[in-house]
Design a protein around this ligand. Structure first.
Ligand SMILES: Cc1cc2nc3c(=O)[nH]c(=O)nc-3n(C[C@H](O)[C@H](O)[C@H](O)COP(=O)(O)OP(=O)(O)OC[C@H]3O[C@@H](n4cnc5c(N)ncnc54)[C@H](O)[C@@H]3O)c2cc1C
Length: 400
C-alpha cells in the first residue's frame, strides 16, 4: 500500500502565485504543501520584467480600463512588503528601480495629453525636467518627453528566493504529473494526488483543498474535466535580451501607437557582471510572428530609430518565446484582473500579472473561509526525505 500524506492544502505549482499563497496560508495556521515539477519560478515568473504596474500601462490609450482599476492598489501593498511591514516580509528583495519612466519620441497626441492631465490627479505620474532625464536621454538628439511613473521594478529571482526561504520544509519536487495521477470520486471530487520523485517511493497526497497555480500546467486538471468549468488561454511573447558591459541603466516604456508600449525596457545584472536590457511590450507581442533572427534584426532597427546616438555594436542579442497563461477571454485579450475558480474541492488560479499575486491570494483565502477550511491534523512524515526543487536561474544567465 502507498504511503499517504495528509494536509489541509496542497498547492500545485511554485511560481509567484503558488509561493505567495503558501506564505499567506501558513500565516493562517493551515498545513500546506507546495509541489513543483521543475524549478521554482522557472516558467513565467522568472521571465517577467519584475514591474509592479500601477495600472498606467493598461491605460495608455487614454481610457482608464478595468485592468488599470484592478491593479491600481498593488504598488502600495508591494511597497509595504518590500519595506518589511506588509503581509509578507520582502525586505531582502532588491528594488532595481523605484520608478519606471515613460517616454515619447516626439510630441504627444491630444488623447494622451488629455489622459495625462486626468491621470496626474489620481496617480503618481509626473513630467521629468530635462536635467533629471535618465542618462540615455541626456543627448541633444533626443527631442521627446519623459515622464516618471510610480512603478517599482523588483528582482524576480530574489523574490522567489525570499518567498521560498521560510517554507523549505513544505516545498517538494515532484516528477511531472500525468492525468492518471489525479484520483477523482464519482462526484468529480479530487480525492488524492499520486506523486513520484524517483528514486523515492510513490506517495498519495490527500488534502481538504487542492489549489492549482501551475500556470500553463493548470491544463493537467482542466483536461480531466469532461466539460471544464474553467478554460485557459496562452498569449505568446517573443522577448529580446541584450547583453553588454556598457549598457546604461534604463527602466522605461516607450509610448507607441498601440495600447501596449512600443517597447518596455528593464535593466538587470548578469552573474558575470554584465548589464542586460530586457525588452518587452509591443515588440514582444507583435514579434511572435518573427523568427529569432528577424526579431533581433527588427530590434536593432527599432533601437536605431529610438536611440540613434547610442552605439550598440558591442552588445550581444538573443531572443526567446514564452507563453503567458491566463483564464480564457472570449476575444483573446488580456484578462482584466487575476482569476480563480472553485470547482468542488479544487481551485484553479492564474494571477495574470506578477503584481496581482497578492490580490489572487486574498481572493483564494476568502474562498477558503467561506468553504470553512480550518486547520486539521496533518501527517507529512512520509515527505521527510523528499527532494526540494531548485530556484530557476534568471533567463539571461540561462541563455547567454
Ligand atoms: C515575458 C513576461 C514578462 C512579464 N512581465 C511582467 C511584469 O513586468 N510585471 C507583472 O506584473 N507581470 C509580468 N508578467 C506576468 C507574470 O510573470 C505572470 O503572470 C506570473 O509570473 C504567473 O505566475 P504563476 O505562478 O501563475 O505561473 P508560473 O510562474 O508559470 O509558475 C507556474 C509553476 O508551476 C509549475 N508547474 C507546471 N505544471 C506543474 C505540475 N503539473 N505540477 C507541479 N508544478 C507544475 C511550473 O514549473 C512553474 O514553476 C510577465 C510575463 C511574461 C511571460
Amino acid at each position: 500500500m502507498k504511503q499517504c500524506v495528509e494536509t489541509d492544502i496542497a498547492i500545485i505549482g511554485g511560481g509567484i502565485a503558488g509561493l505567495w499563497l503558501l506564505n499567506r496560508l501558513r500565516q493562517q495556521g493551515l498545513s500546506v504543501i507546495l509541489l513543483e515539477s521543475d524549478t521554482l519560478g522557472g516558467d513565467q515568473t522568472h521571465k517577467s520584467q519584475g514591474i509592479i504596474h500601477g495600472g498606467i500601462k493598461y491605460a495608455l490609450q487614454g481610457v482608464f480600463t478595468k485592468a488599470a482599476e484592478a491593479i491600481a492598489n498593488m504598488p502600495l501593498l508591494w511597497k509595504k512588503c518590500l519595506d518589511g511591514m506588509g503581509e509578507i516580509n520582502l525586505s531582502q528583495v532588491p528594488i532595481l528601480s523605484t520608478q519606471q519612466y515613460l517616454w515619447s519620441t516626439g510630441s504627444l497626441t491630444s488623447k494622451l495629453a488629455g489622459f495625462f492631465a486626468g491621470f496626474t490627479l489620481k496617480s503618481n505620474i509626473s513630467s521629468v525636467q530635462k536635467e533629471s532625464y535618465p542618462d540615455i536621454f541626456q543627448h541633444t538628439q533626443f527631442t521627446g518627453h519623459v515622464y516618471s511613473l510610480d512603478e517599482i521594478v523588483i528582482d524576480a529571482h530574489a523574490l522567489i528566493r525570499e518567498l521560498m526561504k521560510p517554507h523549505r520544509d513544505v516545498i517538494f519536487k515532484v516528477d511531472p504529473m500525468q492525468a492518471h495521477q489525479l484520483q477523482f470520486d464519482e462526484n468529480n471530487y479530487l480525492t488524492s494526488l499520486q506523486i513520484n520523485a524517483a528514486p523515492m517511493q510513490p506517495l498519495e497526497v490527500k488534502a481538504q483543498k487542492y489549489i492549482f497555480t501551475a500556470g500553463s500546467g493548470n491544463e493537467l486538471i482542466l483536461n480531466k474535466w469532461a466539460n471544464p468549468p474553467v478554460t485557459m488561454q496562452r498569449r505568446p511573447l517573443h522577448m529580446v535580451i541584450m547583453k553588454g558591459k556598457t549598457l546604461p541603466p534604463l527602466f522605461a516604456h516607450c509610448l507607441g501607437k498601440s495600447s501596449t508600449p512600443r517597447i518596455t525596457v528593464t535593466t538587470h545584472q548578469t552573474e558575470d557582471d554584465n548589464q542586460v536590457w530586457y525588452l518587452g511590450g509591443h515588440l514582444a507581442e507583435e514579434g511572435v510572428q518573427r523568427t529569432s533572427a528577424e526579431q533581433i534584426d527588427f530590434t536593432r532597427k527599432e533601437l536605431q530609430v529610438l536611440f540613434p546616438w547610442q552605439n550598440f555594436e558591442e552588445v550581444s542579442f538573443t531572443s526567446f518565446f514564452v507563453d503567458r497563461a491566463e483564464s480564457l477571454q472570449l476575444d483573446g485579450s488580456r484578462p482584466s484582473s487575476c482569476y480563480m475558480k472553485e470547482v468542488g474541492n479544487t481551485i484553479v488560479a492564474w494571477p495574470t500579472k506578477l503584481a496581482l499575486a497578492p490580490q489572487l491570494s486574498h481572493e483564494i483565502i476568502a474562498c477558503l473561509h467561506s468553504a470553512n477550511i480550518t486547520p486539521c491534523v496533518a501527517d507529512m512524515r512520509a515527505l521527510r526525505a523528499w527532494p526540494i526543487p531548485a530556484i530557476a536561474k534568471p533567463i539571461w544567465d540561462q541563455l547567454f
